[in-house]
Design a protein around this ligand. Structure first.
Ligand SMILES: [Ca+2]
Ligand SMILES: [Ca+2]
Length: 70
């Protein structure tokens, strides 16, 4: 179980331009780096859509926390 400060750190790593939102492009860049090519684009997009609960194409810190609570 991650605590909020760990999640914040992880969120900041994903949010490369530090605008407070994770875009699909940032999410893809992170996961293709981290998985070293083991995750394909559609898996990553699916995971992103799952976290983006209001489907506005941006993951906020709130959505990120909710997704990690499940
Ligand atoms: Ca961003
Ligand atoms: Ca969203």
């Amino acid at each position: 179980m991650s605590n909020v400060s760990e999640l914040r750190e992880q969120f900041n790593r994903l949010d490369e331009d530090k605008d407070g939102f994770i875009t699909l492009a940032e999410f893809k860049a992170y996961h293709s780096r981290e998985s070293k090519g083991n995750m394909n684009e559609s898996d990553i997009a699916k995971k992103f859509a799952d976290i983006d609960s209001d489907k506005d194409g941006l993951v906020t810190f709130d959505e990120f926390i909710q997704a990690n609570k499940r």
